[in-house]
Design a protein around this ligand. Structure first.
Ligand SMILES: [Ca+2]
Length: 531
């Protein structure tokens, strides 16, 4: 039976999610955030003050003619990396322009954090390494070894100061100490809805502005054979693997995100435990019951989900604003004869809700951190400052003139095919700056740039805060309560068409007693102590 199959698949997915989060949790148990990053006000004015000194050996002043050397460990982002760094034109250019002899060490993206954990455990310390903030990723495993950068940035980071907004600094700051260099997020509201604009045009409809109008659009997508094959095979809305993050903009019509932290009655609670969560839950139930929602939404893997929208059957889905062009292109490339025009759209306003809509703000896309064992922290800061200069931004976004782009009549003409041809894509791991209109236009001329600019513009016009955005991962059990504990019951209500009012009862009488109260206490305590 179909339902039986759905549940079996869902249980499997849930087990996998729990397994993965348990793995992630076990990695972060060594993370102690009570770090006493005391002392070492390492202003490093000579560029060679070493913190673990005490032995007071004569400072090694480098020869003035030789550029300082630093080692930087970074994920390879699953790209091809240069084999001979000293012969590679991109590495050479970066060293020459920054004035720093950067030694890149690439670590496989698939298990970057685990590998960094092993390196730290064996005493292998790079001068700088990549992470995703100080509460997650590799930096969370070595917080007590991160060098505070406040003074160095003040002295050697004019481009850092100019290009990094306060909310990004906040994501790497602990007790007033700046413990890393954040890459500010290119987007603000982190999720967005996509919709088949060509289907809207065929139907003579505008972008829906309210949740009710959105339902009407989805109904029209269901009933009008818009892919023209004579079958009622359209999937008005599709999503993947339970209530995956790609659905965030649906909850966001009522200003909620399931795992984000919201203040309610003097406590900080996750979005799904908020009484208002019943409204989007009712919306999802309506979608499912009316055949507007992919009936396999509990089990769709990301590749099956992609197959569905790439085949031109899906009318709407959610994803990241930065994919505004890439996802349209994927669909057109896979199904070129349908006249597909996938567009991002502002999040419709949920009935009865007048607060902010969209998704939680994202503040950083990645970060780099200097270890307190670094011999020349000034050189590290200078290198990252160069990455934030216009020259550095053009380098990470567009590569090298003559290799990846040329200048014709004063305009940058970028050739994407050269990236694979010359194996220059590895630069993505050093992309630190946020939105740069010059490189965006060069990289995505015409329709591509227009679609991306629209997605970014919408992303900057909506969204809301999560009070627990920078909270470190909790232990595996609480992580499970936060991400998984609510999903099965919510799916039951949606699929079995149960009264949505049962949700409050579940939260208050079941969920709170099965770990929910502990989670709420952990979230509330963290927010109160980090105000
Ligand atoms: Ca059809």
């Amino acid at each position: 039976m179909n339902r039986n199959k759905i549940w079996k698949g869902f249980a499997l997915v849930l087990a996998l999610v729990m397994f993965l989060s348990a793995c992630a949790g076990s990695g972060s148990t060594t993370n102690s955030t009570n770090s006493s990053n005391t002392g070492s006000s390492n202003t490093g004015s000579t560029g060679s003050t070493n913190t673990d000194s005490g032995s007071n050996a004569a400072p090694q002043t480098p020869e003035p003619a030789e550029p300082p050397t630093i080692t930087v460990y970074a994920s390879d982002f699953a790209k091809v990396t240069p084999t001979d760094h000293d012969a590679d034109p991109t590495i050479q250019y970066m060293r020459e322009k920054s004035g720093i002899n950067v030694q890149m060490v690439f670590v496989a993206n698939s298990n970057y954090t685990e590998q960094m954990q092993l390196k730290f455990a064996s005493g292998e310390y790079p001068d700088a390494f990549q992470s995703s903030g100080i509460n997650n990723g590799a930096a969370a495993l070595a917080v007590e070894m991160l060098l505070p950068l406040n003074d160095l940035i003040e002295q050697y980071g004019p481009n850092l100061k100019k290009n990094i907004p306060q909310e990004a600094w906040d994501a790497v700051t602990l007790n007033g100490q700046i413990l890393g260099i954040p890459a500010p997020s290119e987007v603000k509201s982190s999720r967005i809805l996509f919709i088949r604009k060509d289907w809207l045009d065929k139907l003579g409809l505008d972008y829906p502005k309210t949740s009710e109008e959105y339902l009407d659009v989805l109904r029209a997508f269901r009933d009008n054979d818009l892919n023209g094959n004579g079958e009622k095979d359209e999937i008005p809305f599709s999503t993947r693997q339970g209530f995956n993050w790609v659905m965030d903009a649906i909850w966001g019509m009522w200003g909620l995100s399931p795992s984000a932290g919201f203040e309610y009655n003097g406590e900080v609670i996750p979005g799904f435990a908020h009484p208002r969560f019943k409204e989007p839950l009712r919306f999802v139930q309506t979608m499912y019951q009316e055949g507007l929602m992919d009936s396999e939404f509990l089990t769709n893997s990301s590749s099956i989900w992609a197959q569905k929208f790439e085949s031109g059957r899906v009318g709407s889905y959610g994803y990241m604003p930065s994919a505004a062009w890439a996802f349209h292109k994927r669909m057109v490339d896979a199904t070129p004869d349908q006249g597909i025009n996938m567009m991002t759209m502002p999040t419709p306003r949920g009935t009865g809700w007048d607060g902010p809509v969209g998704a939680t703000f994202s503040t950083i896309s990645q970060s780099y951190h200097v270890m307190n064992t670094a011999k020349d922290p000034v050189a590290v800061v200078k290198f990252f400052d160069w990455l934030f200069s216009e020259e550095g931004q053009i380098f990470t976004d567009l590569g090298l003139e003559g290799l990846n782009y040329k200048i014709e009549n004063g305009k940058i003409v970028y050739d994407e095919a050269t990236e694979v041809e010359h194996e220059t894509q590895w630069r993505a791991t050093l992309k630190m700056h946020g939105h740069n209109p010059v490189t965006l236009e060069a990289k995505y001329p015409g329709e591509a740039g227009e679609k991306l600019a629209r997605g970014l513009e919408i992303s900057h016009s909506e969204g809301f805060d999560s009070l627990t955005l920078n909270m470190p991962p909790m232990d595996a059990e609480l992580q499970n309560v936060l991400f998984n504990s609510w999903q099965e019951r919510a799916a039951e209500i949606v699929v079995n068409n149960e009264p949505v009012e049962n949700w409050d009862k579940f939260i208050e009488e079941v969920w709170r007693k099965q770990g929910g109260n502990d989670l709420i206490k952990a979230m509330t305590d963290w927010v109160n102590s980090n105000k």
